[in-house]
Design a protein around this ligand. Structure first.
Ligand code: SF4
Length: 268
């Protein structure tokens, strides 16, 4: 019975996420970016094994599709929900908590998130130590009021953070509405607006950034929404190779689909 409920929940979540992509197709992109996120109307809270439906209004999309109070959401898009919060739930995410944590326990909490959890645990401890020493234990507070260029430089001193990562932190940390671009699919907006992306990653990233700057209001929510929509579209439809143009909801407005390859052979 529980499996049936979980399957229903996953189906609802997938359907709603797909709806987000369809909205992108139906409306002008810049107008669409200012509207509300689709929601299942359910209040989800952390629980053993995933997220538990705490409140399910009967007339909400989730309620109408069979989600019931107490159901457990185990995964969305094959991404297990427990991994989103395991570290926070079992260890905590403040610098003090990370520094005090047992490395093996920390690695175990990070395991669902990917490979080499021991190394990632070590990195997290290094980051926590720097935040303690250089920012008085509060990174956001420590960066507050500084020029963006200085904040960017400070962020890039952390291991594995380059400009795309710094952009994401600036935007999703609520520091500045910079035009962050999904680093694994910066080509999506370029294909739609300009045509086939350049071979150089940095050029494509900059082109996408310029398009967002020109078309999306410099507000945190609008820029975050643009980022997330482009990311979802790149993951599901506009893949690096073999984009699914035949089923793409924005094909009619896409420069690449319209034949603009900017002097290069098209994608295979
Ligand atoms: S039509 Fe093709 S290239 Fe254009 S956005 Fe859609 S999937 Fe990407």
């Amino acid at each position: 019975m529980r499996d049936v409920f979980q399957t229903r929940i996953l189906a609802v979540a997938l359907a709603l996420a797909t709806l987000g992509v369809c909205i992108l197709a139906g409306l002008n992109l810049s107008q669409e970016l200012n509207t509300e996120f689709p929601t299942d109307g359910v209040t989800w809270v952390e629980a053993q094994g995933g997220l538990r439906a705490q409140r399910v209004p009967a007339d909400s999309p989730g309620g109408k599709d069979g989600v019931r109070t107490g159901d457990i959401l185990q995964a969305v898009d094959e991404l297990p929900t427990p991994r989103l919060a395991a570290l926070e739930r079992e260890i905590g995410v403040t610098p003090e908590e990370l520094l005090a944590a047992n490395p093996a326990k920390m690695a175990a909490a990070l395991k669902p998130g990917g490979m080499v959890p021991e190394l990632r645990a070590l990195r997290l401890k290094e980051i926590a130590e720097r935040i303690q020493k250089e920012f008085g234990g509060d990174l956001l507070e420590g960066l507050k009021g500084q020029p963006i260029s200085k904040i960017r430089t400070a962020l890039k001193k952390f291991s594995n953070i380059a400009d795309p990562g710094a952009d994401r932190i600036l935007l999703f940390g609520g520091i500045s509405p910079v035009a962050a671009v999904p680093s694994n699919c910066p080509y999506v907006l370029v294909r739609i607006r300009l045509g086939l992306e350049r071979e150089n990653y940095g050029v494509t990233y900059k082109e996408a950034q310029s398009l967002i700057e020109a078309e999306v209001p410099a507000k945190l929510d609008a820029r975050a929404r643009a980022y997330l929509l482009l990311k979802v579209h790149g993951q599901r439809v506009c893949k690096t190779k073999n984009p699914k143009c035949g089923e793409c909801p924005v094909a009619g407005e896409c420069a690449y689909f319209g034949g603009k390859t900017r002097g290069r052979a098209g994608l295979k």
